[in-house]
Design a binder for this molecule. Sequence first.
Ligand code: SAH
Length: 251
Amino acid sequence: MPIAILSALPEEQDGLVHLLQDVQQSEHAGRVFWRGSLHGQQVICALSGIGKVAAATTAVALLERFNAQAIVFTGVAGGLGDGVNVGDVVVATDYVQHDMDASPLFPRYEIPGYGRQRFACDPTLTDKLAQAVRYCVEHQAAAWTATLNLPAPRMHEGLTVSGDRFVSGAQESAQLRQGLEQAGLHPLAVEMEGAAIAQVCADYGVPFAAMRSISDRADDAAHVDFPKFVQSIASRYAQVVIEDLCKRIAA
Ligand code: SAH
């Protein structure tokens, strides 16, 4: 029963493959897939590249070709919600595509054909992921964030939104948030892949869970904060949390 560990960028998963035992590497659809085991759990690691289409293609390959029984995403995101600061971690409860707009034919943010805006993450898998994130945040991650002069991180759980745009302006992010809030949606974080994977997993009836460490506040400093964080901290979260998650799944 292999589970897939998916990220968009190499920096988000750096070092994770080295933790696997009996690794087999293969190529498919222009991507590299690494199969192996971690604490007795079969895993497949893959990188999607950036954006919703790349993420959906990779998710389908993981399900169809590699028989993944669940997908867990680990990566970074911009913080949107109040108090969601650089260094914190958001565990997604559900996802919305913030750039879906088929209005006036359909309500803003609704995915045509699905009759809804939100795609929920799997509660059981998300609960295990949140336990692993909480442990990491409380016991290890403060030492990492201190290296960037950031305060001790906190964990948040809630709505995450995705779209094909790097949100990097205070005004842009305020507008994004305002539009979503008018539709009763209160996002904690914004990124570029998760909602696509959530939709694919809903189509296939496969559990999905996601954690995003906050690399920037999607504001005017985002282009400066993002590279610093993604290079130094994102993969540490991935290694520690995914290892712990595999132990919890295997237990
Ligand atoms: N500089 C990178 C591009 C990164 S795009 C390169 O050249 O390869 C940003 C990535 O991080 C996406 O995968 C997205 O999911 C996530 N992300 C982090 N902060 C974000 C933000 N403020 N807006 C949108 N996506 C963000």
